[in-house]
Design a protein around this ligand. Structure first.
Ligand code: ZN
Length: 159
């Protein structure tokens, strides 16, 4: 690390690094910390690689959280379907189907947003395939709901 770097010697180095990692523009960061853009640019070239890696790890963690949220929605959909089966309530069963569809939409959206290198294809993941089996089995007593769900699944599989 060159000793001439005014950013490295800056008393708020951590904040500056954080702003750079967060993707702030050099212009804004330079203005905020009273630095020149060229010194920031030079500093960026020798910034510790670990900081940039940390940002990547954060992105993956964010993806995990999204998948977790979809999973809890999925669990909710199954709960609704189970309850509806118990009560013999077609209206609630249809709500369960709607919820399952929303889960599919989220999964499809996540697939689009996440890097294919890091995330498995959730729609062909074993967990999803077994969930689909559970939902269709739960819906045995509701032919209309089952047909609707099957149609929705087909629609997404074709995408
Ligand atoms: Zn530096």
């Amino acid at each position: 690390m060159p000793q001439t770097c005014s950013v490295c010697k800056h008393s708020r180095l951590d904040e500056i690094n954080a702003a750079l990692v967060a993707g702030g523009t050099l212009w804004n960061i330079a203005e905020k910390f009273l630095l020149t853009m060229s010194s920031l640019y030079r500093h960026k070239q020798h910034m510790p690689a670990g900081l940039i890696k940390a940002k990547e790890a954060k992105e993956v963690a964010k993806a995990d959280t999204l998948l977790e949220q979809v999973c809890s929605l999925r669990d909710m959909a199954i709960d609704i379907l189970r309850q509806a089966e118990k009560d013999g309530d077609l209206r609630t069963a249809l709500l369960g189907v709607k919820e399952a569809r929303a889960c599919l939409e989220l999964l499809a959206k996540l697939q689009g947003e996440l890097s294919q290198a890091d995330i498995v294809n959730v729609l062909i993941a074993p967990q999803w395939l077994s969930l689909r089996t559970v939902i269709l089995r739960e819906l045995e007593s509701y032919p209309e709901a089952k047909v609707r769900l099957a149609e929705a699944l087909k629609k997404y599989a074709e995408h």
